[in-house]
Design a protein around this ligand. Sequence first.
Ligand code: FEO
Length: 169
Amino acid sequence: MDKKVATLLNEQINKEFFSAYLYLSFANYFENEGLSGFANWYVVQAQEERDHAMLIVKYLQNNEVKVILEAIEKPENTWDDELTVLKAGLEHEKFITDSINTIYATALEVKDFRTTQFLDWFIKEQGEEETNANDLINKAQLIGKGGKGLYMLDQELGSRTYTAPSLVL
Ligand code: FEO
């Protein structure tokens, strides 16, 4: 595999594990606010992020590339309110989308079509992740501060369950 592509994929592993860490930090925030449904939603999200990291680990190993794990940055742990957290989630997903796009473009440049095909799943997944993050913001904005609406949204988010990724390597 092209060295630049391999390095970017190795770095992406760290970004995906950081995503998991950041979302666990979100989950802790919501748990402390008494919103265990929101907390559940982000715990599930963190599980998905770990899956993303592990898919890249497996892909590199399948291609005889040595995987290097770096230190994971400490995530933020204080926010002003629920909406600020949700907006931080969307911003983070946009950052991840950019990162995936960069790897895709680099792979394309060197005609590494095996990697672009592998990344197709991630490109689609990022579309879904941004849509989900946007939906949460829209719902929270409709509801406004506290009250019955927030309680009901928390109930809804509490029902999210983890499912393993559809991509098999
Ligand atoms: Fe793995 Fe939420 O991007």
